[in-house]
Design a protein around this ligand. Structure first.
Ligand SMILES: NC(=O)c1ccc[n+]([C@@H]2O[C@H](COP(=O)([O-])OP(=O)(O)OC[C@H]3O[C@@H](n4cnc5c(N)ncnc54)[C@H](O)[C@@H]3O)[C@@H](O)[C@H]2O)c1
Ligand SMILES: [Fe+2]
Length: 391
């Protein structure tokens, strides 16, 4: 059924392909910028990926003002404020985020602080609370998962509150997304699998949540198709360039989809696991995805059923509820395969969560805004039940 009304927006210029990174200085000149602040983390820098970016600047008038490599696994308000101060002190005029969601969201967070002239991020969290235009940003994803390079979202960990703050604003789109398979080839198998499950969750929640629309459906299905073809391959052989490029494009398209349709209960449950127990985002999403599909199944059997073909299932003219069960099974099979080849956890107990923490995590999940768009209401009792099943 088509919605009575919907909006769709994605203003990001996309560069995709081998050597796309070499176009960064040109893109800076188009944006009127000369001195970039590179935002990354130690893992990405240690994998030699900043050298690829540096090489691109060899014969260019544009320069790298500073390389900030202190981004932690989950971007935090303390780091964001430190980065914002350095940006101004070094006289930089744009951000180049080189990393996964943590680096990209840290750059977005610092950009909010600089442009809004306030380090009180708590006040600016939520939907469309950012009013200032942000500094230009070029995003170079090195994981294929969050899609942050094309989303209006940033997620930043609040150290004082021990919770994740979510920001949604049209101001948060990067200007350019640079998809270069060289940047994801060094990703270890378990991170490839986990971030790929984040992308799959974005696409599946985009396709099944309340704010879905015909345009996000197209991006979501195209992303799922690429994930079916390439996630296991990229996890199994990181040097498979075709698979890396396929997964990077899948994450990007899933990002475009969910940035417009929003996500659902899987993300609320995963954010809570991340906030309370520091379970990596993609791992938590992967574990919770089949349980939430199963929970939503009686409300939207057709939508879930429609994804079974894209995931590689045979279409056997089953009733929608039965065909939807096929979809859930295919997701479980994928998780099991990824577990075998990369050690990706498939249960919360294997991901650093203890059973006595479940009530606390369930409380955090209910307070997370992501489930507002879930087709069924997520109450405390249901969240706890889903966590117990996934434990
Ligand atoms: N803004 C959004 O739209 C959005 C969407 C979903 C998730 N997120 C956020 O993104 C964060 C997670 O991001 P992520 O899953 O991309 O992981 P990440 O950025 O935290 O990176 C995970 C680990 O992988 C390493 N790594 C990354 N790329 C590598 C490479 N090519 N080679 C070697 N090592 C590499 C990093 O050093 C790091 O240790 C969470 O904070 C989550 O809340 C944001
Ligand atoms: Fe996500």
């Amino acid at each position: 059924m088509l919605p009575n009304y919907y909006q769709f927006y994605c203003p990001v210029k996309i560069l995709s392909g081998q050597t796309a990174v070499s176009n960064i200085p040109f893109e800076m000149s188009v944006l009127g910028c000369k001195k970039a602040m590179i935002v990354t983390d130690k893992g990405v820098a240690g994998a030699g990926l900043i050298d690829i970016v540096k090489d691109a600047f060899a014969d260019s008038d544009a320069e790298i003002g500073y390389i900030f490599d202190e981004v932690p696994q989950d971007s935090s308000n303390r780091i964001v404020n430190k980065l914002a101060q350095l940006f101004s002190k070094q006289g930089c005029d744009c951000f180049i985020a080189v990393g996964g969601g943590s680096a990209m969201d840290t750059a977005k967070g610092a950009n909010i602080v600089i442009s809004e002239g306030s380090d009180d991020l708590l006040k600016l969290q939520g939907v469309e609370n950012i009013t200032a235009d942000l500094k230009p940003m070029i995003a170079v994803p090195t994981t294929a998962g969050t899609g942050s390079e094309v989303t209006k979202a940033a997620v930043i960990y609040n150290e004082e509150a021990n919770a994740k703050m979510a920001f949604m604003s049209d101001k948060l789109y990067a200007d350019v997304a640079v998809i270069d398979p060289r940047m994801t080839m060094t990703m270890p198998p378990k991170i490839t699998a986990a971030t790929g499950m984040d992308a799959l969750t974005h696409a599946m929640e985009a396709y099944t949540c309340l704010q879905k629309n015909p345009v996000t459906d197209v991006y979501a299905k195209a992303a799922i198709d690429l994930i079916r073809r390439y996630l296991v391959r990229a996890t199994d052989n990181g040097k498979d360039e075709e698979a890396r490029l396929g997964m990077a494009n899948a994450a990007l398209m899933a990002g475009i989809a969910f940035s417009n349709s929003m996500v659902g209960a899987v993300h609320a449950l995963a954010h809570a696991c991340g906030g309370v127990c520091h379970v990596p985002h993609g791992i938590a999403n992967g574990i919770m995805l089949p349980w939430v599909l199963d929970f939503n199944l009686d409300m939207i059997p057709e939508y879930i059923a429609e994804l079974s073909g894209v995931l590689g299932g045979s279409i056997e003219y089953l009733e929608p509820a039965d065909q939807a069960q096929v979809t859930v099974s295919l997701v479980r099979n994928l998780l099991e395969r990824l577990n075998k080849i990369s050690g990706l956890p498939t249960r919360l107990r294997d991901a650093g969560v203890s059973e006595d923490m479940l009530p606390k995590i369930a409380e955090a999940a209910v307070n997370d805004g992501a489930h507002v768009y879930n087709p069924k209401e997520l109450t405390y009792d249901i969240a706890l039940k889903l966590y117990k099943k996934a434990f």
